[in-house]
Each structure stands twice: as C-alpha cells, then as structure tokens.
Design a protein around this ligand. Structure first.
Ligand code: CU
Length: 133
C-alpha cells in the first residue's frame, strides 16, 4: 500500500469518527422530548388547539427561559387555559385566536387545566401539561 493510500484511509477513518462523535454528542439526552413549536425571532411560537376534552399538542415541551407565544384556538366551544404560578387564565373562544405570552422561567412540569366549563367531559379533567426542561 502506498503512503498516499494509507493517508487517504486514515483521513476517511478520522472523518467517520468525527461524524460519529458529533452525532452522538448532539443526540437528545435520555428521556428528553422534542421541543414544541418553532422559534421565530427569539420567541417560541406554539399553535395550541383546544377541543372537547383535550389540548393538542400535549405535552407542550419548552426550554427553561424560552419566551413563549401560544396561539390558541378552539375547535368547538369556549375553553380556557389556566397556568398556575404564571398568573395566566385565558379564555379560548372558538373562531378567534387567543394569544398567550409568557417566559417559561421555572423548570418542571405544570398542568394547565381548561378553566371554562365546556361540557360533560370538563370534570373528567381537560388538562394539558407544560414541561419546562
Ligand atoms: Cu374545555
């Protein structure tokens, strides 16, 4: 084998190893979930759909410190979005987008119950989860 050939093989091995390491290093941490929404101009924009008797997406997963803009819509009747600890309680009427903005500055998992009576399934727990990681 020529010197040149050996150098080429070494280069290919080094590049393959670098790719493998960077792939491994950037993998999601064990148990981490995909982030919700898309970051636009530094704000994580999340489209939230409320309907009897659930929210979608659920859970909402964000990074601690993310500025959030939740664009909430209802598929049927008026629902609500209440988030303890952030002082948020917004109504989500159908036919009109409700904008909910806050900074997710507390790590952990919070529930956001529907805060408007919206029918028989309401008492069964129409609630979503916000995971701040
Ligand atoms: Cu509801």
């Amino acid at each position: 084998m020529s010197k040149k050939m050996r150098a080429w093989i070494a280069a290919v091995i080094i590049i393959a190893a670098a790719v493998a390491v960077s792939t491994w290093a950037t993998r999601p941490a064990h148990g981490a979930q995909a982030m919700s929404g898309n970051v636009i101009d530094g704000v994580r924009v999340i489209h939230l759909m409320a309907s009897r008797w659930s929210f979608s997406p659920n859970p909402i997963v964000v990074n601690k410190g993310d500025r959030l803009k939740i664009l909430a819509n209802s598929r049927d009747v008026t629902h609500g979005f209440a988030l303890d600890g952030y002082g948020i309680d917004s109504r989500i009427p159908s036919g009109r987008e409700t904008v909910i903005e806050f900074t997710a500055d507390k790590a952990g998992t919070l529930e956001f119950p529907c805060s408007v009576y919206c029918g028989a399934g309401y008492g069964g727990g129409m609630r979503g989860k916000l995971i701040v990681q």
